[in-house]
Design a protein around this ligand. Structure first.
Ligand SMILES: [Zn+2]
Length: 82
């Protein structure tokens, strides 16, 4: 492995694990088919949890682990992703 900046062979490779919070999005088709009646029904039958959800501002989020391999040149400090 060579550094693309200074052509040094003194390159350190490390795997970085980053946690990305992803919003769970509903598609347009979901809203057209289900969302318009499901949401009112959900509110009628699950008013209390729905209110609690609204109060605490709960958002459906999904933690996604993203593994990235990053090379760091020990000579010039240049870093790049593979
Ligand atoms: Zn370098």
């Amino acid at each position: 492995m060579y550094c693309p900046k200074c052509q040094s062979e003194n390159v350190n490779t490390q795997v970085i694990n980053t946690v990305v919070l992803k919003d769970k999005h509903r598609g347009l088709i979901w809203w057209l088919l289900i969302g318009w009646w499901w949401i009112p029904i959900k509110w009628i039958f699950f008013t209390l949890p729905a209110l609690l959800f609204a109060i605490f501002g709960h958002r459906k989020q999904k933690a996604v682990n993203k593994k990235e391999t990053v090379c760091v040149c020990q000579n010039c400090g240049y870093s790049w992703k593979i």
